[in-house]
Design a protein around this ligand. Structure first.
Ligand SMILES: Nc1nc2c(ncn2[C@@H]2O[C@H](COP(=O)(O)OP(=O)(O)O)[C@@H](O)[C@H]2O)c(=O)[nH]1
Ligand SMILES: [Mg+2]
Ligand SMILES: [Zn+2]
Length: 314
């Protein structure tokens, strides 16, 4: 008999999706393909999607298919996930040294898509000074920052308590960041039952190899209505010229500490990319130490990429 059931996509690999269901009397996990219909409409099923699956319970072969993707609360291209509530953007205090421009892009993407960004500085055991520097920088931005070491366990308890508080009622979070910063190691320290594969770093280039090759959601938390946490493969470039993360007009609002200054520049059409502190309220805030210079630099680079894209392809 053909049956329909709702579930959540927890993994997707090579067109095969793993769907988790919570309904009584139905199988717990389904392995299914998406109905051809989606591929024609250029719609993609993403990890985190709530979907409607149909299956024949008398069929010994696994023939479950995803028939429909339910409306999404949020949708990201990098990491490719739907219905995320929190994006933990992970950098290492050192080895590898963070590329703040990439972190700022990731934060801006989350911010624009209504996913709450949170910063984690890992490998605190490698450099107290560096971890304090990055922690202070992003607290000044107005974000929640956790400073941890997956190796020694510093800060892990505090982060675990925070995760336990937010990850319930189906809410979900993902760890994202460059390869080798220690995402999988930290997830294992937080939730030892996950047993995720980690990678030893290459001493020569001081950057990890990509061990985690796909996005996968894990159920965490107690009770009948748990939450989900995802490990993701390393993000590297976040190429705004190639991907449609957001438009130039959306950039103004994606740097949250800029917001109080918007509308206060001398000219209404200020792009906040000039150097003049007399004309631009953002430049003035940078000069007065209210906004970090590195954040303004990231903003300016992004503005130029988005400007060029807009005037080249439209
Ligand atoms: N010293 C130190 N090394 C760490 C820490 N976290 C991870 N590592 C090491 O960094 C390397 C990459 O870790 P991994 O978790 O695979 O990084 P991922 O690519 O972000 O998932 C491994 O060799 C880990 O042992 C940490 O907090 N301190
Ligand atoms: Mg990993
Ligand atoms: Zn301005």
């Amino acid at each position: 008999m053909t049956k329909a059931i709702n579930g959540k996509v927890v993994k997707g690999l090579g067109g095969l999706y793993c769907v988790r269901t919570a309904e009584e009397g139905a199988p717990f996990l389904f392995s299914c393909r998406a109905r051809g219909l989606f591929r024609h409409k250029d719609e993609k099923v993403l990890v985190g999607d709530l979907v409607k699956v149909t299956y024949d319970d008398s069929d010994p072969e696994n023939t479950a298919v995803i028939d429909e993707v339910l409306p999404r609360r949020s949708c990201l291209i990098r990491p490719p996930m739907a219905n995320l509530d929190y994006l933990f953007c992970v950098i290492a205090a050192a080895r590898p040294a963070p590329i703040l421009e990439t972190l700022d892009k990731l934060l801006a993407i989350a911010e624009h898509h209504g996913v709450e960004p949170i910063v984690i500085v890992t490998k605190a055991d490698f450099g107290e000074e560096e971890s304090k520097k990055y922690t202070d920088l992003y607290r000044q931005v107005g974000l929640r920052v956790f400073c941890v070491s997956g190796e020694t366990g510093t800060g892990v308890g505090e982060l675990r308590a925070y995760l336990d508080g937010i990850l319930r009622e189906g809410r979900s979070a993902a760890f994202a960041g460059a390869s080798g910063v220690g995402k999988s190691t930290l997830l294992n320290a937080l939730f030892p039952h996950l047993c995720l594969a980690t990678n030893t770093i290459s001493a020569r280039i001081e950057r990890g190899r990509h061990t985690t090759r796909h996005v996968e959601l894990y159920e965490v938390g107690e009770g009948a209505n748990p939450g989900y946490l995802a490990d993701t493969p390393g993000v590297s470039m976040l190429d705004f010229a190639h991907f449609d993360f957001f438009e130039m007009e959306d950039l103004f609002d994606a740097f949250r500490e800029f917001r109080p200054y918007l509308g206060k520049c001398r000219y209404g059409d200020c792009t906040h990319t000039g150097e003049g502190a007399r004309e631009c309220a953002i430049a003035r805030a940078v000069e007065e130490g209210e906004i970090a210079p590195s954040r303004h630099e990231s903003y300016k680079k992004l503005w130029h990429v988005l400007y060029t894209k807009k005037h080249t392809y439209q």
